[in-house]
Ligand binder design. Sequence first.
Ligand code: ATP
Ligand code: MG
Length: 580
Amino acid sequence: MITRMSHLFLRTLRDDPADAEVPSHKLLVRAGYVRRVAPGVYSWLPLGLRVLRRVEQVVREEMNAIGAQEIALPALLPREPYETTNRWTEYGDSLFRLHDRKGGDYLLGPTHEEMFALTVKGEYNSYKDFPVTLYQIQTKYRDEERPRAGILRGREFVMKDSYSFDLTDEGLAQSYRAHRDAYERIFARLGVEYVIVSATSGAMGGSASEEFLAVSEVGEDTYVRSTESGYAANVEAVTTVAPAPISFDGLPDAKVHDTPETPTIASLVDWANSALGRTVTAADTLKNVMGKVREPGGEWQLLAIGVPGDRDVDTKRLEAALEPAEYALLDDADFAANPFLVKGYIGPKALLARGVRYLVDPRVVDGTSWITGADEPGRHVVGLVAGRDFTPDGTIEAAEVREGDPSPDGKGTLVAARGIEIGHVFQLGRKYTDAFEVDVLGENGKPVRPTMGSYGVGVSRLVAVIAEQHHDDKGLRWPSEVTPFDVHVVVANKDDAARGGAETIAAELDASGLEVLFDDRKASPGVKFKDSELLGVPAVVVVGRGWADGNVELRDRFSGENREIPAADAVAEILGATAR
Ligand code: ATP
Ligand code: MG
């Protein structure tokens, strides 16, 4: 088809939108791809919709190729299934909730594990029906706390979500692998540079969950990777390399010292360096951070976390380690209710004596010796040895991960980078089939319960991610798989013969099966060139001054290369360059 810019529903903007910070957001708005309606809620205009549809198509093809079947569930959902799994409560403020005229509770689906489990339960009842994988490409709703960067983090967004149902763990592992491979093909076709990071520590078994992160400075996810191996992980999933335990033999006894005015690690280190006659660093101190945890539906309980004093507690890591329990810092009332907690001087002794749950960083192995609080104002204990003088209730991955830390796979050290989550593969197991008692008749006549995987791709987010990875200061530069048009023909010559020639070229490109954008407007060449750079169609044919000599200009927006060629060769050249 030929789309004429004289008719196209499009207004490009000269200036960046006031609320835009990241390049993709600025450019997608300026180039007239999307328009904001409310925070995190956007309209798709013709060009944007074309790119979105093309991304969807790539995802759809790769899903179909692994045997997944497309269905479409409603976005408007009743409360009950989400009540059954407790997600009606767990989702908290992130869920859009509404009432119907009879007062019934509804929600706008944020993700559909419940509905897919119920759908399979409704249709299938024998082992012979399995395995099965279903998916949809659908609008999702999440009342994000911080919608951001246009369509990058929306409150309404398009996701491909698929769900696999297998009867065995090996089957699930296979379905997971098929999705992971399909995702690699999807992101390669879309021209996205990405890494795969493990999203869980592996406590649930190997590759239970992995995320695909698009490499981007503006990403909200920090991940780390090894300088020497393929190891990459979400910061939440990094496991600390613990040193080997040390023998207690010959370790001096613990001794309590008066350490006036040393409520901070820095002041304590200063004291130790002058009082102990040896070099002491913050890493020699054990900092005990007080908080409280609450299991779902339970009561708040005190929790103390011991980390080497040179490291902060990373709240995201801590929360991930405690999930599904909730975590909060202690307030003044909590300290008042527990007077044995001496702020600035909290030590393992009082915690353990009072039965406070005490978890330590994995570096606190048996035989390590620490300077830590002595539970009295202005006093610390020196030489307190783990395993000899105190025994914590366990370890926790709560300390911050730093560049230079050893890689958990033993190869190289960690460096940090930023990414945007574009996909997530997850071996769910039987959480949802248990909740809804999805049982089918097994081969031996006994009921079996299918195990599930869930797999998401951020389809609308990908439009922004691709724009983020492929643009320059002049505008967008779409990879050929997702460009809204294959070729952009620009008439930059008022001459009737030139216009006629451009019409002919556009018609021939169209006849060859390409999607053609034809700038037939009565605007100046300057305006047209600016727009063509902004819109970002990779192949541009300019019918301009050279027409008098029988030439047109080919501009490759992706490589930046421009060259003058005989007009007669234009169609063949473009066809060669845009092999679709
Ligand atoms: P995030 O950590 O970015 O909030 P998530 O882990 O909550 O994402 P999932 O539930 O795994 O997201 O959803 C699957 C995919 O949907 C994500 O990998 C992401 O690409 C996309 N996605 C999630 N939330 C949004 C959003 N608010 N706007 C656009 N895409 C989103
Ligand atoms: Mg995720």
